[in-house]
Design a protein. Structure first.
Length: 226
């Protein structure tokens, strides 16, 4: 069986599980009209790839049977339009209450994320904080890559943006992300490229502020406030 046919069979199995729910190997065999051995080979590969997971069900009569269902990874392969609904709701809010209310929503999201992650930064050295931030963003679907430049600054690259369609229209979302990074890291963060502004990725230059820089900044702020 060639690779294209293998892929087609796996797609059919995924579609069956999406429309019918968890299925046994026997049920899949009957539907596809192929051998049970071939079905089990596909199921083994798909389970290894994290697309499906198995569980045992115990019928009233007879022996327990293994059934296979989709994982969250497989669910993500099917088309979803969550961003369209979100954009519609944000547009309605902006029309009803003004742009500032939309910005406030993003501000509140930033504050919520800060509360969620700030404890993970406590007690960590600066390099560990940056590594933790990269991991947090990667876990959230941003496909991060972390390097250092010739000046010793950290360069955080995000190759994917789960909210790209929203950020394209409401750029305050990007501002909030940058502010969140600065707060969590207690560092100076500069964005040099942005997916929401036709960039190929989001790029952040992260520079640890030394105590003298911070003292100077606080002194300047104090002078302004007088």
């Amino acid at each position: 069986m060639n690779a294209s046919k293998d892929l087609s069979t796996r797609e059919r199995i995924l579609h069956m599980m999406k429309t019918s729910g968890p299925l046994s190997a026997k049920e899949i065999t009957i539907e596809l009209q192929i051998t049970e051995m071939a079905v089990r080979r596909h199921l083994g590969t798909m389970e290894r790839d994290g697309l499906i997971e198995s569980k045992m069900i115990r019928p009233t009569l007879g022996r327990p049977t293994a059934v296979y269902g989709l994982t969250d990874i497989a669910e993500g392969l099917f088309p979803k339009k969550y961003h369209s609904l979100t954009l519609d709701l944000l547009d309605e809010l902006a029309e009803e209450s003004g742009q500032h209310m939309v910005d406030r929503l993003f501000d509140r999201r930033k504050e919520k994320l800060n509360r969620r992650y700030v404890h993970e930064m406590e007690g960590k050295a600066f390099p560990e904080k940056v590594q933790m931030l990269s991991q947090i963003q990667s876990d959230n679907g941003y496909m991060t890559e972390l390097t250092q430049n010739d000046q010793g600054d950290y360069v955080l690259m995000e190759h994917n943006c789960p909210i790209a369609q929203i950020a394209n229209r409401y750029t305050h979302a990007c501002d909030c992300e940058l502010q969140l990074f600065e707060t969590l890291l207690d560092a100076k963060v500069e964005r040099t490229e942005c997916l929401a502004q036709q960039g190929k990725k989001c790029v952040y230059i992260i520079r640890q502020e030394n105590r003298d820089d911070r003292t100077t900044k606080e002194g300047q702020l104090s002078d302004v406030q007088k």
